[in-house]
Ligand binder design. Structure first.
Ligand code: A3P
Length: 292
């Protein structure tokens, strides 16, 4: 329990926090991170809390911002979604937030606050093809030096990710855990959005989200949401919240479908496909790996 350094095959290591056998990001200067993580299950939940859930790098910032705009109609304020991540928030801080709270997390289903299931809160779940996720997570880990202290190379990083030796653990476990939510928690309202679909037709995604949140608006407002949540606009408005040492925004990098082709060698791609098939047997998710 506590801070751990996970070595890769090239002699570099990722610094993380381990709590009860699960890895979380290490946020420098965070007060009592272990207590906060241990307290997640007991967070006081309100019926109108909304949860945006995804494995890291699958579009959480994007969808969180869509949900925030739809529910608040506040198109002027620029807010950092990290301030609403339950794994970094003490209950007393959360309790001071006005409703409806739009929270977000990369936790597994069973790590969510108990109240989410008791109160049947709305959950928006995001999927993204795991090859683009992998490339995005590599940049995340190598750019956020104060958190991860990681200077590894792609070829040594990829095996670590496929082995679940990163914050939030194995993406296979995550995908299977969330794919089973219909069986494990059949009465929780959940909307699944797919990153590649949102890229293809953001307006359709925004309309679906508005309906799910009971926050239907005019077409004009949906267009405004589309504009304000475009990759370039979000990068311009929010890129400053998490910048790498070279000043580049970590959370708004490329925002494309298929960037993995610029990173995966043929051998890495074959190994990835083989391991994916082995680990995801019995769990069919049809990911799209290229833009149409
Ligand atoms: P890339 O690194 O491939 O560019 P998360 O928000 O879960 O951390 O995911 C981050 C990924 O979503 C990054 O992917 C980021 O660029 C992309 N992203 C963020 N905002 C986006 C937007 N408005 N439109 C499309 N992609 C976006």
């Amino acid at each position: 329990m506590g801070e751990v350094k996970i070595p890769d095959a090239g002699g570099n290591s990722i610094t993380l926090v381990e709590v009860d056998g699960h890895f979380f990001p290490r946020i420098p200067n965070e007060e009592n991170p272990i207590d906060v993580i241990k307290g997640i299950r007991d967070i006081t939940i309100r019926e109108d809390d909304v949860f945006v859930c995804a494995y890291p790098k699958c579009g959480t910032h994007w969808v969180w911002e869509m949900a925030r705009l739809l529910l608040s109609e506040d198109t002027d304020t620029v807010i950092n979604k990290e301030k609403f991540m339950i794994e970094f928030l003490r209950n007393d801080v959360l309790e001071k937030m006005p409703s409806p709270r739009i929270l977000n997390t990369h936790c597994l289903v069973e790590q969510l606050p108990r109240g989410v299931f008791e109160k049947k809160c709305k959950i928006i779940y995001i999927l993204r093809n795991p090859k683009d996720m992998a490339v995005s997570f590599f940049h995340h880990h190598t750019k956020l030096i104060p958190c991860y202290e990681y200077h590894g190379k792609w070829e040594n990083y990829l095996p670590l990710l496929m082995d679940g030796k990163v914050d939030y653990g194995s993406f296979y476990t995550y995908l299977k855990d969330w794919a089973a939510i219909g069986q494990t928690h059949p009465d929780v309202p959940i909307l699944t959005l797919v990153y590649e679909d949102l890229k293809e037709d953001p307006l359709a995604g925004i309309r679906k989200l508005a309906k799910f949140l009971n926050a239907e608006k005019s077409e004009e407002f949906y267009l405004k949401v589309k504009q304000l949540t475009s990759f370039n606009k979000m990068k311009e408005n929010k890129g400053k919240f998490y910048a790498a040492e070279d000043g580049s925004p970590v959370m708004y990098r490329k925002g494309e479908v298929g960037d993995w082709k610029n990173y995966f060698t043929v051998a890495q791609n074959e190994a990835f496909d083989r391991l994916y098939k082995e680990n995801m047997a019995g769990c069919d998710i049809n990911f799209r790996y290229s833009s149409k």
